[in-house]
Design a protein around this ligand. Structure first.
Ligand SMILES: [Zn+2]
Ligand SMILES: [Zn+2]
Length: 355
C-alpha cells in the first residue's frame, strides 16, 4: 500500500510502500481511508520538530485527521459493519497500569506521556490506503456528513474546550456572559467560532491578517465579527467572557488577556515551540488574573465524548452554514500531492488528501 512516511533518523518525507495491516483481535476493524486533513502538526513533524515512529519501524506514517469506511469487521465487533463511515480517534491509552486517566479511557488526560498517537507519536497515522483499529477507537458518522467529516477531528479540540468551560462555569451559576473571542482564523479557530455561535455567543475572531482574506470573509459569512490584530489594538476589541486560543502564539494569548472580562476564561489550545520568549509585566498579569477571578485552562486532544459531540455539532453547522462549512475545505488532492501540502506553506484553509 502507498503511504506518506516520515523518517526522523534520515530526515526525509516520502511516499513509501507500507504493508497492509490484518485483523488480529476480534474487536478490530479494517478501514479504507477516504480523506485525510493536513494541519500544522503534520508540517511540524515534516520539519522534524517532533514525531516518533512506532517501536521497530524506520518511519512514521503521517496523518491524524481522517474519515474512513469500514471494509472488514472482526467477529467480536458489534456496532460497525462494512460500509459504515467512521472517524478514528487519535490518541490511544498508555500501557502504564497506574495511569488513572488511561484506565478511565480518558487518554486525552494521560499522566505518563507514554501514550501512542496516530500519525504523531509511536503509532502510524492515516495517510495510507487501509488501517486496522479497535472498534472502541472508531466513531461512526452518518453518510450525510461524508463531505465534511474530515473536519471532525479539528472540531473535537473545541468540543473538549467547551466541556472544560462548562465544568468551570458551574462555579459561577450567576454569571452567564456570552461574549466569545477566538484567536486564530485557521480551521480550528473557525470551527471554534461556529461552535460558539451555535451556543448563542456573540463571537469575534481575531487574527493578524487583514479583513480581506478568505478566512475573514468566512468569519463574516457565519455571523461573527473579524478583527485584524495588526489594525486594531486589544483595547478596542471589546470585553469578552471567554477566549479560545487557536493561534499557537503565546504573545497573542497574553495580549488577548487585555480583553478578558472579570470571571472570564482563557482556553489555550495552540502548541508553540520552545524558546518563544516574551517580555511582559508579570506583576500586572498576575494581579489582573487574581483581581478578576480569571481562569487560564490548557487543553489537548479529545476523548470519545468529544468525537461524538463534534459530529453532532458538525451536523448543526452543516444545516446552518452549508456553504461556509464546505468553504473551510479549500483543496482536495491525491495522496501523491503530499509534498506541496506538507513541505511548503500551502494556501487555503483546510487542505485534504484523498485516497
Ligand atoms: Zn491536526
Ligand atoms: Zn496514560
Amino acid at each position: 500500500m502507498k503511504a506518506v512516511g516520515v523518517s526522523i533518523a534520515k530526515r526525509e518525507v516520502r511516499l513509501i510502500d507500507h504493508p497492509e495491516p490484518a485483523l488480529v483481535r476480534p474487536d478490530e476493524v479494517k478501514l479504507r481511508i477516504l480523506e485525510v486533513g493536513v494541519c500544522g502538526t503534520d508540517r511540524e513533524i515534516c520539519e522534524f520538530k517532533f514525531g516518533e515512529p512506532p517501536a521497530g519501524s524506520q518511519h512514521l506514517v503521517l496523518g491524524h485527521e481522517a474519515v474512513g469506511e469500514v471494509i472488514e469487521a472482526g467477529t467480536g465487533v458489534t456496532t460497525l459493519k462494512p460500509g459504515t463511515l467512521v472517524v478514528p480517534m487519535v490518541r490511544l491509552p498508555c500501557a502504564v497500569p497506574t495511569c488513572a486517566a488511561c484506565v478511565a479511557e480518558r487518554q486525552d488526560f494521560c499522566l505518563t506521556d507514554t501514550f501512542p498517537e496516530h500519525g504523531i507519536r509511536r503509532c502510524h497515522g492515516f495517510m495510507t490506503e487501509k488501517i486496522v483499529e479497535r472498534e472502541k477507537y472508531l466513531v461512526p458518522v452518518t453518510a450525510d456528513l461524508r463531505e465534511v467529516a474530515v473536519l471532525v477531528e479539528p472540531l473535537t479540540i473545541m468540543d473538549k474546550a467547551l466541556r472544560e468551560l462548562d465544568a468551570v462555569a458551574t462555579r459561577l451559576p450567576f454569571v452567564g456572559g456570552k461574549r466569545a473571542l477566538v484567536l486564530g482564523a485557521g480551521p480550528v479557530g473557525l470551527l471554534g467560532a461556529m461552535a460558539f455561535l451555535l451556543r448563542g455567543y456573540e463571537t469575534t475572531v481575531v487574527a493578524r491578517s487583514p479583513g480581506t482574506t478568505p478566512n475573514a470573509a468566512l468569519t463574516k459569512a457565519i455571523g461573527a465579527r473579524y478583527i485584524s490584530s495588526r489594525e486594531t489594538p486589544v483595547d478596542q476589541w471589546g470585553e469578552v467572557d471567554v477566549i479560545y486560543e487557536a493561534a499557537g502564539s503565546p504573545a497573542a494569548a497574553f495580549e488577548s488577556l487585555g480583553a478578558l472580562a472579570p470571571n472570564g476564561a482563557l482556553i489555550l489550545t495552540g502548541v508553540p515551540g520552545a524558546g518563544d520568549f516574551l517580555k511582559f509585566d508579570a506583576g500586572r498579569f498576575v494581579r489582573e488574573v487574581v483581581l478578576k477571578n480569571q481562569l487560564i485552562v490548557g487543553t489537548v486532544n479529545a476523548g470519545k465524548a468529544s468525537f461524538t459531540g463534534a459530529i453532532a455539532s458538525l451536523r448543526l453547522m452543516n444545516q446552518r452554514w452549508p456553504d461556509a462549512l464546505r468553504g473551510l475545505i479549500t483543496s482536495r488532492s491525491p495522496l501523491e500531492s503530499f509534498g506541496s501540502l506538507l513541505l511548503e506553506k500551502p494556501a487555503g484553509i483546510k487542505n485534504v488528501l484523498v485516497l
